[in-house]
Write a protein that binds this ligand. Structure first.
Ligand code: NAI
Ligand code: 15L
Length: 297
Protein backbone atom coordinates (compact mmCIF):
# COMPACT_ATOMS: atom_id res chain seq x y z
CA UNK A 1 0.00 0.00 0.00
CA UNK A 2 1.48 3.37 -0.95
CA UNK A 3 0.70 6.83 0.24
CA UNK A 4 1.66 10.31 -0.75
CA UNK A 5 1.19 13.33 1.37
CA UNK A 6 2.78 15.65 -1.16
CA UNK A 7 0.81 15.30 -4.40
CA UNK A 8 1.90 17.05 -7.54
CA UNK A 9 0.31 20.37 -8.30
CA UNK A 10 -0.88 23.23 -6.19
CA UNK A 11 -2.56 22.72 -2.83
CA UNK A 12 -6.21 21.71 -2.83
CA UNK A 13 -7.61 25.09 -2.02
CA UNK A 14 -6.13 26.65 -5.15
CA UNK A 15 -7.44 23.87 -7.35
CA UNK A 16 -10.97 24.14 -6.06
CA UNK A 17 -13.12 27.07 -7.07
CA UNK A 18 -12.57 30.11 -4.87
CA UNK A 19 -13.91 29.80 -1.35
CA UNK A 20 -17.28 31.38 -0.83
CA UNK A 21 -17.86 33.72 2.05
CA UNK A 22 -19.70 31.95 4.87
CA UNK A 23 -23.41 32.51 4.72
CA UNK A 24 -24.97 35.02 7.05
CA UNK A 25 -26.86 32.23 8.85
CA UNK A 26 -24.38 31.16 11.59
CA UNK A 27 -25.78 27.62 11.51
CA UNK A 28 -24.45 27.32 7.95
CA UNK A 29 -21.10 28.94 8.62
CA UNK A 30 -18.00 26.96 7.68
CA UNK A 31 -14.56 28.50 7.12
CA UNK A 32 -14.17 26.89 3.67
CA UNK A 33 -17.56 25.99 2.24
CA UNK A 34 -17.43 24.22 -1.10
CA UNK A 35 -19.53 25.46 -3.99
CA UNK A 36 -21.20 22.08 -4.56
CA UNK A 37 -20.72 18.88 -2.57
CA UNK A 38 -22.17 15.52 -3.62
CA UNK A 39 -23.38 13.07 -0.97
CA UNK A 40 -24.16 9.55 -2.23
CA UNK A 41 -26.08 7.08 -0.11
CA UNK A 42 -27.93 10.06 1.35
CA UNK A 43 -30.99 7.97 2.20
CA UNK A 44 -29.08 5.49 4.36
CA UNK A 45 -28.35 5.50 8.08
CA UNK A 46 -25.20 7.63 7.88
CA UNK A 47 -26.46 9.48 4.82
CA UNK A 48 -29.39 10.87 6.78
CA UNK A 49 -27.05 12.03 9.51
CA UNK A 50 -24.53 13.60 7.15
CA UNK A 51 -27.19 15.13 4.94
CA UNK A 52 -28.13 17.30 7.87
CA UNK A 53 -24.67 17.82 9.34
CA UNK A 54 -22.83 18.55 6.09
CA UNK A 55 -25.18 21.38 5.13
CA UNK A 56 -22.69 24.04 6.32
CA UNK A 57 -19.87 22.41 4.33
CA UNK A 58 -21.18 23.57 0.95
CA UNK A 59 -23.27 26.24 -0.65
CA UNK A 60 -25.16 23.49 -2.49
CA UNK A 61 -25.45 19.93 -1.20
CA UNK A 62 -26.39 17.49 -3.96
CA UNK A 63 -27.95 14.45 -2.34
CA UNK A 64 -28.41 11.13 -4.09
CA UNK A 65 -29.60 7.59 -3.51
CA UNK A 66 -31.31 4.79 -5.39
CA UNK A 67 -33.83 4.55 -2.53
CA UNK A 68 -36.16 7.23 -1.14
CA UNK A 69 -34.30 9.91 0.79
CA UNK A 70 -36.70 10.15 3.69
CA UNK A 71 -36.92 13.95 3.81
CA UNK A 72 -37.99 16.57 1.26
CA UNK A 73 -35.46 18.74 -0.57
CA UNK A 74 -33.91 21.38 1.67
CA UNK A 75 -33.31 24.99 0.60
CA UNK A 76 -29.63 24.41 -0.21
CA UNK A 77 -30.07 20.97 -1.72
CA UNK A 78 -30.29 19.36 -5.13
CA UNK A 79 -31.89 15.90 -5.16
CA UNK A 80 -30.60 13.57 -7.89
CA UNK A 81 -31.81 9.95 -7.67
CA UNK A 82 -29.23 7.60 -9.18
CA UNK A 83 -28.26 3.94 -9.34
CA UNK A 84 -24.50 3.76 -8.86
CA UNK A 85 -24.41 0.75 -11.20
CA UNK A 86 -25.48 3.02 -14.08
CA UNK A 87 -22.31 4.59 -15.48
CA UNK A 88 -23.99 7.32 -17.51
CA UNK A 89 -26.26 8.28 -14.65
CA UNK A 90 -23.30 8.57 -12.28
CA UNK A 91 -21.46 10.72 -14.80
CA UNK A 92 -24.38 13.14 -14.86
CA UNK A 93 -24.67 12.97 -11.08
CA UNK A 94 -21.07 14.06 -10.55
CA UNK A 95 -21.01 16.82 -13.18
CA UNK A 96 -20.66 20.23 -11.58
CA UNK A 97 -19.60 18.95 -8.14
CA UNK A 98 -16.42 20.05 -6.38
CA UNK A 99 -16.06 17.16 -3.96
CA UNK A 100 -17.81 13.88 -3.18
CA UNK A 101 -18.67 12.09 0.05
CA UNK A 102 -19.28 8.57 -1.25
CA UNK A 103 -21.43 6.54 1.13
CA UNK A 104 -23.69 4.76 -1.37
CA UNK A 105 -23.64 1.01 -1.83
CA UNK A 106 -24.28 -2.30 -0.15
CA UNK A 107 -23.26 -1.86 3.48
CA UNK A 108 -23.30 -5.46 4.73
CA UNK A 109 -22.11 -8.84 3.49
CA UNK A 110 -24.18 -9.93 0.46
CA UNK A 111 -23.84 -12.30 -2.52
CA UNK A 112 -21.07 -11.27 -4.89
CA UNK A 113 -23.30 -10.06 -7.74
CA UNK A 114 -25.02 -7.50 -5.49
CA UNK A 115 -21.71 -6.25 -4.18
CA UNK A 116 -20.30 -6.16 -7.70
CA UNK A 117 -23.02 -3.86 -9.03
CA UNK A 118 -23.42 -1.36 -6.19
CA UNK A 119 -19.92 -1.28 -4.73
CA UNK A 120 -17.37 -2.39 -7.30
CA UNK A 121 -18.93 -1.02 -10.47
CA UNK A 122 -20.40 1.81 -8.40
CA UNK A 123 -17.12 3.09 -6.98
CA UNK A 124 -15.47 2.78 -10.40
CA UNK A 125 -18.22 4.91 -11.90
CA UNK A 126 -17.77 7.52 -9.18
CA UNK A 127 -14.01 7.80 -9.81
CA UNK A 128 -14.36 7.83 -13.58
CA UNK A 129 -16.88 10.64 -13.30
CA UNK A 130 -14.62 12.45 -10.83
CA UNK A 131 -11.77 12.27 -13.32
CA UNK A 132 -13.90 13.38 -16.25
CA UNK A 133 -15.40 16.33 -14.38
CA UNK A 134 -12.30 17.52 -12.55
CA UNK A 135 -13.43 16.64 -9.02
CA UNK A 136 -10.33 16.90 -6.84
CA UNK A 137 -11.43 15.37 -3.54
CA UNK A 138 -13.37 12.24 -2.60
CA UNK A 139 -14.19 10.97 0.87
CA UNK A 140 -14.71 7.25 0.51
CA UNK A 141 -16.71 5.35 3.12
CA UNK A 142 -14.49 2.30 3.42
CA UNK A 143 -14.90 -0.16 6.24
CA UNK A 144 -13.11 -1.96 9.04
CA UNK A 145 -14.07 -5.12 7.13
CA UNK A 146 -11.09 -4.46 4.82
CA UNK A 147 -9.04 -5.84 7.73
CA UNK A 148 -11.76 -7.89 9.41
CA UNK A 149 -9.79 -11.13 9.67
CA UNK A 150 -7.27 -9.68 12.12
CA UNK A 151 -7.88 -10.94 15.60
CA UNK A 152 -9.11 -8.70 18.36
CA UNK A 153 -5.86 -9.19 20.28
CA UNK A 154 -3.87 -7.68 17.37
CA UNK A 155 -3.25 -3.94 16.91
CA UNK A 156 -2.83 -2.78 13.33
CA UNK A 157 -2.38 0.42 11.37
CA UNK A 158 -3.26 1.50 7.85
CA UNK A 159 -0.07 -0.08 6.50
CA UNK A 160 -1.00 -3.58 7.68
CA UNK A 161 -1.76 -6.04 4.90
CA UNK A 162 -5.46 -6.15 4.19
CA UNK A 163 -7.44 -9.19 5.30
CA UNK A 164 -10.97 -8.61 3.98
CA UNK A 165 -13.63 -10.69 5.69
CA UNK A 166 -16.04 -11.13 2.76
CA UNK A 167 -17.17 -9.82 -0.62
CA UNK A 168 -18.24 -6.58 1.06
CA UNK A 169 -14.80 -6.08 2.63
CA UNK A 170 -13.20 -7.00 -0.70
CA UNK A 171 -15.26 -4.33 -2.44
CA UNK A 172 -14.04 -1.71 0.02
CA UNK A 173 -10.48 -2.93 -0.49
CA UNK A 174 -10.99 -2.47 -4.24
CA UNK A 175 -12.35 1.01 -3.61
CA UNK A 176 -9.20 1.90 -1.68
CA UNK A 177 -7.01 0.59 -4.51
CA UNK A 178 -9.04 2.59 -6.98
CA UNK A 179 -8.60 5.69 -4.83
CA UNK A 180 -4.82 5.22 -4.80
CA UNK A 181 -4.78 4.67 -8.58
CA UNK A 182 -6.90 7.73 -9.34
CA UNK A 183 -4.58 9.82 -7.19
CA UNK A 184 -1.36 8.43 -8.69
CA UNK A 185 -2.64 8.63 -12.27
CA UNK A 186 -5.00 11.61 -12.23
CA UNK A 187 -4.39 13.55 -9.01
CA UNK A 188 -7.85 12.92 -7.56
CA UNK A 189 -7.29 13.01 -3.78
CA UNK A 190 -9.13 10.70 -1.40
CA UNK A 191 -9.46 10.03 2.27
CA UNK A 192 -10.66 6.46 2.71
CA UNK A 193 -12.32 6.20 6.10
CA UNK A 194 -12.37 2.63 7.38
CA UNK A 195 -15.45 3.23 9.47
CA UNK A 196 -15.75 1.00 12.52
CA UNK A 197 -19.35 0.96 13.78
CA UNK A 198 -21.11 4.30 13.43
CA UNK A 199 -24.44 4.17 15.19
CA UNK A 200 -26.06 6.21 17.95
CA UNK A 201 -24.62 3.81 20.54
CA UNK A 202 -22.37 0.73 20.57
CA UNK A 203 -24.77 -2.23 20.30
CA UNK A 204 -22.51 -4.98 21.66
CA UNK A 205 -19.12 -5.77 23.21
CA UNK A 206 -17.27 -5.69 19.90
CA UNK A 207 -18.52 -2.19 19.21
CA UNK A 208 -16.97 -0.99 22.47
CA UNK A 209 -13.76 -1.02 20.38
CA UNK A 210 -15.15 -0.11 16.95
CA UNK A 211 -17.71 2.56 17.81
CA UNK A 212 -17.61 5.92 16.01
CA UNK A 213 -20.02 8.55 17.30
CA UNK A 214 -21.87 10.70 14.81
CA UNK A 215 -20.13 13.84 16.11
CA UNK A 216 -16.72 12.22 15.60
CA UNK A 217 -17.80 11.01 12.15
CA UNK A 218 -18.72 14.58 11.18
CA UNK A 219 -15.37 15.86 12.45
CA UNK A 220 -13.55 13.18 10.46
CA UNK A 221 -15.45 13.98 7.26
CA UNK A 222 -14.64 17.66 7.81
CA UNK A 223 -10.92 16.84 8.10
CA UNK A 224 -11.14 14.49 5.13
CA UNK A 225 -12.71 17.13 2.91
CA UNK A 226 -10.65 20.15 3.87
CA UNK A 227 -7.15 19.04 4.92
CA UNK A 228 -4.83 20.01 2.05
CA UNK A 229 -2.48 17.55 0.36
CA UNK A 230 -3.91 14.25 1.57
CA UNK A 231 -2.98 12.27 -1.54
CA UNK A 232 -4.65 9.00 -0.67
CA UNK A 233 -4.91 8.70 3.07
CA UNK A 234 -6.42 5.74 4.90
CA UNK A 235 -7.82 6.39 8.35
CA UNK A 236 -9.79 4.22 10.76
CA UNK A 237 -13.03 5.83 11.84
CA UNK A 238 -13.30 5.23 15.58
CA UNK A 239 -14.02 7.35 18.61
CA UNK A 240 -11.60 7.71 21.53
CA UNK A 241 -12.62 4.32 22.90
CA UNK A 242 -10.72 2.77 25.81
CA UNK A 243 -9.74 -0.45 24.06
CA UNK A 244 -8.93 -0.02 20.38
CA UNK A 245 -7.42 -2.29 17.73
CA UNK A 246 -6.35 0.40 15.26
CA UNK A 247 -3.51 2.90 15.26
CA UNK A 248 -4.11 6.06 13.23
CA UNK A 249 -0.56 7.47 13.27
CA UNK A 250 -0.37 7.14 9.47
CA UNK A 251 -3.22 9.64 9.20
CA UNK A 252 -1.96 12.07 11.86
CA UNK A 253 -1.79 14.86 9.24
CA UNK A 254 -5.60 14.92 9.21
CA UNK A 255 -5.59 16.18 12.79
CA UNK A 256 -8.57 13.98 13.66
CA UNK A 257 -9.13 14.21 17.42
CA UNK A 258 -12.19 12.20 18.43
CA UNK A 259 -14.09 13.60 21.39
CA UNK A 260 -16.42 10.74 22.32
CA UNK A 261 -15.85 7.33 23.85
CA UNK A 262 -17.86 4.12 24.03
CA UNK A 263 -16.91 3.96 27.71
CA UNK A 264 -20.08 5.78 28.78
CA UNK A 265 -22.06 2.81 27.43
CA UNK A 266 -19.95 0.09 29.08
CA UNK A 267 -22.35 -0.86 31.88
CA UNK A 268 -25.26 -1.00 29.47
CA UNK A 269 -23.33 -3.14 26.94
CA UNK A 270 -21.88 -5.45 29.58
CA UNK A 271 -25.34 -6.16 30.97
CA UNK A 272 -25.85 -8.24 27.83
CA UNK A 273 -25.14 -12.00 28.05
CA UNK A 274 -21.43 -12.73 27.46
CA UNK A 275 -20.31 -13.82 23.99
CA UNK A 276 -18.91 -17.40 23.89
CA UNK A 277 -15.12 -17.42 23.46
CA UNK A 278 -15.36 -19.34 20.17
CA UNK A 279 -17.88 -16.92 18.63
CA UNK A 280 -16.40 -14.86 15.73
CA UNK A 281 -17.72 -11.76 17.47
CA UNK A 282 -15.24 -12.46 20.26
CA UNK A 283 -12.32 -13.47 18.03
CA UNK A 284 -12.08 -11.33 14.92
CA UNK A 285 -12.08 -7.58 14.45
CA UNK A 286 -14.72 -8.04 11.73
CA UNK A 287 -16.93 -10.00 14.13
CA UNK A 288 -19.80 -11.93 12.55
CA UNK A 289 -18.97 -10.74 9.03
CA UNK A 290 -16.12 -13.30 9.05
CA UNK A 291 -18.64 -16.14 9.23
CA UNK A 292 -21.13 -15.05 6.54
CA UNK A 293 -21.61 -17.13 3.39
CA UNK A 294 -21.04 -19.06 1.29
CA UNK A 295 -24.04 -17.93 -0.72
CA UNK A 296 -26.05 -19.90 -3.25
CA UNK A 297 -24.71 -23.43 -2.68
P1 NAI B 1 -26.90 2.07 4.62
O1 NAI B 1 -27.07 0.70 4.04
O2 NAI B 1 -27.86 2.53 5.63
O3 NAI B 1 -26.86 3.14 3.43
C1 NAI B 1 -26.31 2.85 2.17
C2 NAI B 1 -27.16 3.59 1.14
O4 NAI B 1 -26.62 3.28 -0.15
C3 NAI B 1 -28.63 3.16 1.15
O5 NAI B 1 -29.47 4.28 1.31
C4 NAI B 1 -28.83 2.51 -0.18
O6 NAI B 1 -30.10 2.74 -0.77
C5 NAI B 1 -27.71 3.13 -1.02
N1 NAI B 1 -27.39 2.27 -2.15
C6 NAI B 1 -27.24 0.93 -2.16
N2 NAI B 1 -27.03 0.49 -3.41
C7 NAI B 1 -27.06 1.58 -4.20
C8 NAI B 1 -26.93 1.77 -5.60
N3 NAI B 1 -26.74 0.74 -6.44
N4 NAI B 1 -27.03 3.00 -6.09
C9 NAI B 1 -27.23 4.07 -5.24
N5 NAI B 1 -27.36 3.95 -3.92
C10 NAI B 1 -27.27 2.72 -3.39
O7 NAI B 1 -25.41 2.12 5.20
P2 NAI B 1 -24.79 3.16 6.22
O8 NAI B 1 -24.68 2.52 7.53
O9 NAI B 1 -25.44 4.46 6.09
O10 NAI B 1 -23.30 3.27 5.65
C11 NAI B 1 -22.93 4.27 4.71
C12 NAI B 1 -21.60 3.87 4.09
O11 NAI B 1 -20.64 3.73 5.12
C13 NAI B 1 -21.64 2.54 3.35
O12 NAI B 1 -20.81 2.63 2.21
C14 NAI B 1 -21.06 1.57 4.34
O13 NAI B 1 -20.43 0.48 3.67
C15 NAI B 1 -20.07 2.45 5.07
N6 NAI B 1 -19.82 1.97 6.42
C16 NAI B 1 -20.75 2.16 7.39
C17 NAI B 1 -20.51 1.70 8.67
C18 NAI B 1 -21.45 1.97 9.80
O14 NAI B 1 -21.12 1.63 10.94
N7 NAI B 1 -22.63 2.55 9.58
C19 NAI B 1 -19.27 0.99 9.00
C20 NAI B 1 -18.36 0.84 7.89
C21 NAI B 1 -18.63 1.33 6.65
C1 15L C 1 -19.87 -2.06 8.37
O1 15L C 1 -19.08 -1.96 7.44
C2 15L C 1 -21.33 -1.97 8.16
O2 15L C 1 -21.66 -1.09 7.09
C3 15L C 1 -22.09 -1.57 9.40
O3 15L C 1 -23.46 -1.83 9.21
C4 15L C 1 -21.58 -2.32 10.63
O4 15L C 1 -21.86 -3.68 10.47
C5 15L C 1 -20.09 -2.10 10.77
O5 15L C 1 -19.39 -2.40 9.58
C6 15L C 1 -19.47 -2.93 11.88
O6 15L C 1 -18.46 -3.56 11.63
O7 15L C 1 -19.97 -2.88 13.00
Amino acid sequence: MTYSLTPDGPPLETRLPAAIAPESDPARAHPHPLPRLLLTGAGGGLGRVLRERLTPFARVLRVSDVAPLGAPRGPHEEVVPCDLADRRAVDALVAGCDAIVHLGGVSVERPFEEVLEANIRGVFHVYEAARRHGVKRVVFASSNHVTGFYRQDERIDAHAARRPDGYYGLSKSFGEDLAQFYFDRYGVETVSIRIGSSFPEPANRRMMSTWLSYDDLVQLVDKALFTPGVGHTVVYGMSANRTVWWDNHAAAHLGFAPKDSSEVFRAQVESQPPVPADDPNAIYQGGGFTAQGPFGD
